[in-house]
Design a protein around this ligand. Structure first.
Ligand SMILES: O=C(O)C(=O)C[C@H](O)C(=O)CO
Ligand code: ZN
Length: 278
């Protein structure tokens, strides 16, 4: 079964007046994983789609959704998938890609059949991002050993973390999509600090592996008008092109970042010094 919902884009000045419920309704994606379901949120930020697939005993088939007006989901789109659960496999037009936890798959435009399945009785959880695409690039699995790894932060600032670039253009050819996974080391809680914006690209963050009962406060908004959204494990948040995207947890955690827009330059960021945030 496929479920879908839609999010309009917000003007930054309008967003300044949003209360807790409006912020959560416009930006937070609370439920990504429901058994035997593909849950998709179509946003007007670069027409980016954020979703999750949680197969049960039968393979789950990717279906098109009404906003696309296309026969197949990927007729004019590309897709990135990162497994955040147990062993799973994705079959794309008959080609099988096994994905262990934290492994990624890029699926190019024009692929017709995509099936999500569990392997060895484990429960796979496939986190999905998709963006419009103008060109077909080959499908490619990117395992943890293929990632471009960067150590960031400092214990002193409680932000020591390992950033794994997975679906980025030095590793796989994509039209717009970039995805990767950042792991906060034990005792470290701040991600993406110093914070940044990149008006050339929107971004979505997906938090996971957060200890039971803990939370992450995700910070968003223009650097001088920030707001927060408390989030749980396995939830995602949309970050408009005008917004910072940073978080602080009550414990450490991991998160997946995904983005699309004007360029494929991961390092294209406008930094905001911590003492300048409001
Ligand atoms: O830990 C970080 O810092 C990040 O992971 C930052 C994201 O990759 C990002 O925001 C890319 O634009
Ligand atoms: Zn960013």
């Amino acid at each position: 079964m496929t479920k879908h919902e839609f999010r309009y884009a917000s003007h930054p000045v309008d967003a300044r007046s949003y209360g807790t419920d409006e912020l959560r309704n416009h930006f937070l994606i609370e439920t990504l994983f429901t058994a035997n379901t593909i849950s998709l949120t179509y946003s007007m930020y670069d027409r980016y789609i954020v979703g999750g697939a949680m197969p049960a005993s039968e393979p789950l088939k990717l279906e098109t959704i009404p906003y696309l007006k296309s026969e197949n989901f990927l007729d004019r789109r590309e897709m990135g998938i990162i497994n955040v659960g147990g062993k799973g496999k994705v079959t794309v037009d008959g080609d099988v890609f096994e994905l262990a936890k934290k492994e990624a798959l890029y699926i190019g435009k024009e692929c017709k059949e995509v099936l999500f399945e569990n392997v060895d009785g484990e429960q796979a959880l496939f986190y999905i991002n998709s963006a419009p695409a103008h060109k077909k690039f080959p499908n490619k699995k990117v395992g943890k050993e293929d990632a471009e790894v960067i150590e960031l932060g400092d214990e002193k600032y409680a932000n020591k973390r390992i950033l794994n670039k997975l679906l980025v253009n030095s590793i796989v050819e994509t039209c717009q999509l970039q995805m990767g996974l950042t792991e906060l080391l034990s005792g470290n809680v701040w991600n993406t600090m110093p914070a940044h914006t990149h008006s050339r690209r929107m971004e979505a963050y997906f938090y996971f592996d957060l200890e039971e009962g803990q939370t992450v406060s995700h910070f968003m908004g223009e650097p001088e008008h920030t707001r927060h959204i408390f989030m749980q494990s396995n939830q995602a948040v949309l970050s408009p092109e005008w917004s910072i995207h940073s978080g602080s947890g009550t414990s450490n955690y991991s998160f997946i970042w995904g983005m699309a827009g004007e360029n494929l330059d991961y390092g294209d960021m406008d930094f905001c010094a911590p003492d300048q945030l409001k």
